[in-house]
Design a protein around this ligand. Structure first.
Ligand code: ATP
Ligand code: MG
Length: 417
């Protein structure tokens, strides 16, 4: 894409009321637009990153047998009354609204109830199980505080997967498979080394659950980390009993701030009982389905990556989620030969299936480099009079300043590696 055609522009300053680093940088670089506290729009560059993150999650969920659907955000009170979660004291972040034709409805904060009811129409026998169903779907939550940029918003897309199993044992096997898939996801998006499986409270569903927490000073959570074992314990369940269960000692743990990027939850038969999701086992006995839920917020994940990987010049995107793999910059100072060469490289990249953001704008070189640093694409190609005299294109990385001159013939191979 030619940068001269991109409708967004970089900005020197973020809105005054924006206090979160992730949103400040993403707004300045033109990835997102702040509509109001807790609500952001994703612009062309931002949507590309979000889509890349979603696709990584999608691949890993498909790999463990997930089937993708998408459900409506509109929620009927009748369903949520069955599980006793329509009450505002059961879910304190409900957005509710009234129908013109009379009656109320809710905007989904999560989807256990409607999906359990939906599955009840398809599951009747042990032969129908297990099943794993997920979606990327918009949730609405009336969060009290919205000061963490895109890490805590009042409208956000969640990847929520729900597992439906015949027994506790069958559920546990999948639970561990999903935990392993989460580890792969966080590694692929570039925050594997600083993200830890964390023992946490099970809320109203079960005694415990597992969170995936990324170490970050801007995080809202406090966890006790065992670096040696690569596991952590959330402050809320930091007790002698839990430590003994996990076989770790207080002295071995560090107290750190972290961001919950995902979590996995045993649901037991809480929802299958309430909504009548049962199956006939091989002896013909009616049994409740054993459920689990598995969430990741792609937007929160994107914000977290910006928080932990950016530097004083701007964002640093990991390769797999960068909006473009390559930032091509022409420094022509009006020299038509340089423009011609940069255009040729751009076409060459395209022919080889490599999408580049091509800074073809007629502005000062310093401004182009500052913008490129802010936008954060990991690989940069520069074409200038100087690089042409030296026989090619300059290749450099956003993170380490190392540069090399590469001939036109070698550019593609160089980028692929
Ligand atoms: P928190 O404790 O941070 O409020 P939660 O326990 O309410 O999170 P879940 O309901 O389990 O979160 O949601 C699953 C995932 O969705 C979270 O791990 C997080 O990645 C994401 N998420 C939750 N709330 C928000 C929000 N307000 N904005 C953006 N992402 C969110
Ligand atoms: Mg919450």
């Amino acid at each position: 894409m030619r940068q001269s055609q991109l409708f967004t522009k970089t900005r020197k300053l973020a809105p005054k009321d924006e206090v979160a680093k992730n949103a400040q940088l993403l707004i300045r670089a033109g990835f997102i637009h702040k509509e109001m506290a807790g609500a952001y729009s994703y612009l062309p560059l931002g949507l590309r990153v979000l889509t890349n993150i979603e696709n990584i999650i999608r691949e890993e969920m498909n790999a463990i047998g997930g089937q993708e659907i998408t459900m409506t955000a509109l929620q009927s009170p009748a369903l949520w009354k069955k599980s006793d979660r329509w009450r505002d004291d059961a879910i304190d972040v409900w957005f509710k609204t009234e129908l013109k034709s009379g009656g109320e409805l809710g905007l989904a904060t999560t989807h256990e109830e409607p999906l359990t009811a939906l599955m009840a129409e398809y599951i009747s026998s042990y032969k129908d199980l297990p099943k794993y169903v997920y979606q990327f779907q918009t949730k609405f939550r009336n969060e009290l505080r919205a000061k963490s940029g895109i890490m805590r918003t009042r409208e956000f897309v969640m990847k929520d997967l729900y597992s439906f199993s015949r027994s506790e044992e069958e559920f546990r096997t999948f639970y561990e498979q999903c935990a392993a898939a989460y580890v792969k996801i966080f590694k692929r998006v570039g925050i594997g080394q600083m993200t830890f499986r964390t023992f946490a409270s099970g809320g109203s569903f079960s005694k415990y659950s597992d969170e995936f927490q990324t170490l970050c000073d801007a995080g809202e959570d406090t966890v006790h980390l065992h670096r040696g074992k690569g596991i952590a314990v959330n402050k809320e369940v930091y007790t002698d009993e839990v430590l003994a269960d996990l076989g770790i000692k207080k002295e071995e743990l560090e107290e750190v701030k972290a961001i919950e990027v995902g979590n996995i939850f045993p649901l037991g038969t809480r929802f299958s009982d309430a909504l009548g999701l049962t199956f006939k086992d091989d002896k013909g006995t009616e049994q409740p389905v054993v459920m689990g839920s598995y969430g990741i917020g792609p937007g929160r994940l994107m914000g977290t990556i910006v928080e932990v990987l950016s530097d004083e010049k701007g964002i640093v995107w990991p390769k797999e989620i960068s909006p473009f793999p390559v930032h091509l910059i022409s420094v022509s100072s009006g020299n038509a030969d340089v423009v011609g060469e940069a255009d040729r490289i751009y076409e060459l990249l395209k022919e080889n299936g490599i999408e580049a953001l091509y800074d073809d704008r007629d502005i000062r070189a310093g401004e182009k480099f500052a913008d490129a640093d802010l936008i954060g694409i990991p690989t940069r190609l520069v074409v200038s009079e100087k690089t042409m005299t030296e026989g090619g294109v300059e290749v450099s990385g956003r993170q380490n300043g190392a540069t090399a001159i590469v001939s036109e013939n070698e550019v593609i191979e160089r980028i692929r590696n």
